[in-house]
Design a protein around this ligand. Structure first.
Ligand code: FAD
Length: 363
């Protein structure tokens, strides 16, 4: 028996879910999306991400479980498929206790604490001795993480799905139930997986008012400092951030950033861009040659993306709208890559539950 599945959305969430579902030959998959890899648009979060693995889920939460489950998958891709555009990278994490109450400090609170759950997940976790800490830093740690070149990784995921017969189509859907009519077989889909990110706020049949953006501004440069760096906050504003990561396979170095909740502005703010570059050089002087300031940075582009945040955390659950069976997988905020496999595995289990009851009813 074959299963007709439509996945709505081709960001990292839709593509990871498609990748896992496509490993079962019984699944006939159509992915439909307004935006596909190659597009840069404020409505499409995935291309703007760094993207690295810096766990932020609170211990004991679903978020924690999804991030924990994702590390082995990213590590395996990194080791087995260099063409996927993921590489290992040394990572330095700096905590300043004074950032605790800020928007950025709260976002990073699990990442920067001295005894986080992920110390037993990532390789080479080590606390940096107090004697080596710069003034103002209360604790610091290092470990090996990954950095994903999103411009290579997202197309790679598409390639893996196309290889097993999945069909990709451009379409804009006004109501989630419409997606069920878009299956490439011409038959109605047995199940629709909703991976529309922030658009779940306005998509008919979903209209999730718990969704809101956290605006992230970045500068992409050609300079390569070596390791990745993340700091708990900045002195420039409580929703500004400081992180540096170099993407695999020539993807450039991302300097971030910001975490501006409820801010939808698609245009890069030049003053914020200056602060991002100055802060990056201050924390990591080897980004530029000795004595140089921001003029030593070779800029590829400025960018802005909207992290699809959801009050209460991501929605990974079954639903039914106008008789169409739905599995939702959206609302991954600033952790869509680092929780991608954990969330997609849960979404696949829910899809299988829907398909099982369909197949049983046909017996
Ligand atoms: P999206 O990528 O937004 O994709 C949504 C898809 O749905 C698109 O294809 C869109 O066209 C489609 N769609 C929406 N509505 C419709 C419709 N009506 N009809 C048809 N198609 C529709 N995460 C990490 O894990 N690590 C990081 O280092 C990291 N860094 C980040 C840095 C920045 C600056 C930003 C902005 C985000 C970062 N993130 C990071 C977060 C990550 O990018 C997001 O969580 C993730 O991209 C969300 O993916 P998604 O597939 O759910 O949504």
């Amino acid at each position: 028996m074959s299963n007709n599945i439509v996945i709505l959305g081709a960001g990292v969430t839709g593509l990871t879910t498609a990748y896992l579902l496509s490993q079962d030959p019984a699944n006939k998959i159509t992915v439909i999306a307004k935006h596909m890899p190659g597009d840069y648009d404020i409505e499409y979060a995935s291309p703007w991400a760094g993207a690295n693995y810096m766990p932020v889920g609170k211990e004991g939460s679903n978020h924690h479980a999804w991030e924990r489950a994702t590390w082995p998958a990213l590590k395996a891709l990194c080791e087995k498929y260099p063409e996927a555009g993921i590489h290992f990278r040394d990572s330095l994490i700096y905590n300043r206790k004074k950032d605790q109450e800020s928007a950025t400090g709260q976002w990073f609170s699990e990442l920067v604490q001295p005894n986080p759950w992920y110390k037993d997940v990532v390789p080479d976790f080590e606390a940096i001795p107090e004697s080596q800490l710069a003034p103002g830093i209360d604790n610091a740690q290092k470990f090996t993480s990954v950095c994903i070149n999103t411009a290579v990784y997202l197309p790679w995921l598409i390639g893996q799905c196309v290889k097993t017969g999945a069909v990709f189509k451009r379409a804009v859907v006004k109501h989630i139930s419409e997606a069920a009519d878009a299956h490439h077989s011409g038959q109605k889909a047995d199940v629709v997986v909703n991976c529309t990110g922030l658009a779940s706020k306005t998509l008919g049949g979903v209209l999730d008012d718990k969704m809101y953006p956290a605006r992230g501004q970045i500068v992409v440069v050609r300079n390569d400092p070596g390791e990745m760096v993340s700091v708990s906050g900045t002195d420039d504003g409580e929703d500004e951030a400081l992180y540096i990561m170099t993407r695999a396979a020539g993807g450039g170095t991302i300097l971030g950033g910001s975490y501006q909740k409820h801010n939808w502005d698609a245009l890069p703010d030049p003053n914020l861009a200056n602060r991002i570059m100055k802060r990056a050089i201050a924390i990591c002087p080897k980004l530029v040659k000795e004595g140089e300031g921001i003029e030593g940075l070779s800029i590829i582009r400025h960018g802005v993306g909207l992290r699809p945040l959801r009050d209460g955390g991501p929605r990974v659950e079954k639903d039914q709208v106008d008789g169409v069976k739905i599995v939702h997988n959206y609302g991954h905020g600033g952790f869509g890559y680092q929780a991608s496999f954990g969330c997609a595995e849960d979404a696949v289990s829910l899809v299988n539950e829907v398909l099982q009851s369909k197949n049983l009813s046909k017996l």
